[in-house]
Design a protein around this ligand. Sequence first.
Ligand code: FAD
Length: 376
Amino acid sequence: MRINVIGGGPAGLYFALLMRRHDASREVTVYERNPPDATFGWGVVFSGRTLRNLREADEVSHRRITESFETWDNVDVVLRDSKVTVRGNDFSGISRLRLLNILQERCEEAGVRLRFQTEVEDVDALAADCDLLVGADGVASAVRERYAGEFRPTVERGRNKYIWYGTRRLFHGLTLTFRETVEGVFAAHSYKFGRELSTFIVECDEETWARAGLGGMTDGEARAYLARVFAADLGGQELLSNNSRWINFLLVKNARWSRRNVVLLGDALHTAHFSIGSGTKLALEDSIALFRLFEAGLDVHAALAEFERTRKPVVEEYQQAAHESRVWFERAREYVRLDPLPFAYSLMTRSKRVNVESLRRRDPSFVAAYEAAARA
Ligand SMILES: Cc1cc2nc3c(=O)[nH]c(=O)nc-3n(C[C@H](O)[C@H](O)[C@H](O)COP(=O)(O)OP(=O)(O)OC[C@H]3O[C@@H](n4cnc5c(N)ncnc54)[C@H](O)[C@@H]3O)c2cc1C
């Protein structure tokens, strides 16, 4: 079997690795436009369940990934001068670059051909040259565009502006910080992903962004402005840029997930708002799901049909939770009027997948404090 994969992100590399590792007669090639050490992005977050799936699929990469982890169980919610901590969660952070390097190494060990600095322009030619073409080429997927008539994608733009920075300030836990300025409300999502660095994503609504003049600022000016907004949180550390730019979240869905011998995986197929930290998880779990169908002996046609039938409801459920979460952040300006405990409760239950009982199991003392405050 000959497999071409466009895109050497988490989805493409992991699928290539699994397919080749379990059957060395498969010829697997990954085409990636960037060099192997391109550092677009900072850290990504995983939850405990994702890790169990990764261990079952490939123990070696699971071990290397978990050795590089920072782990924590707390979500810290910072509003005005209060910090509310909610424990009992199960998160891990890893640098995106480290994750990609581990998957690249594993692909090489398994005999996957990795073609870096190779931009694919002719999708048709690559599709004609293999039994299976995987479009794992990210949110702006050329494969999805090429066959848009069959995939029937929709792309919806989120209302908030956001930007992905790093900082040397270490946030020991998933820290969600809300700061009000005369221009409006800014939210930061931060967490450490190594011994020295944290991810620091800032988001705000378009009106706040415009009033602050962020669109007209240079990179350095924007970082200096936001470092002042979050001065109490950054402890004197600056915000670090890494090709960072302001964007609006794009919600990608596809009515059909494959056509003939071509299938989409990861962000090319679906996105989920970063506030539930599931993009990389969904990308890796897509790869596992599709791989397992081939392992079960299905041919390309049957595997692609079954992939869509079984995986789509799972992804749609995540997208729904991520949608609720995104809308909560888009309305943050209404919630910041709350006191810190009801605010933290509202934030923790925003995706509608966590309720008072599941929160009580995670952190009974937080729920007791919240209920006592509600009765007072
Ligand atoms: C601000 C922000 C924060 C995030 N935080 C998290 C988080 O905490 N946890 C989490 O799990 N996820 C997070 N994500 C999401 C995560 O980055 C993506 O969901 C994940 O990387 C998807 O993996 P992928 O392999 O599908 O796509 P990508 O990682 O985008 O990889 C696609 C690859 O394809 C390559 N490519 C594209 N077109 C071509 C072409 N024509 N030829 C050759 N190569 C091509 C690209 O260079 C790229 O390497 C975040 C995203 C953003 C923007």
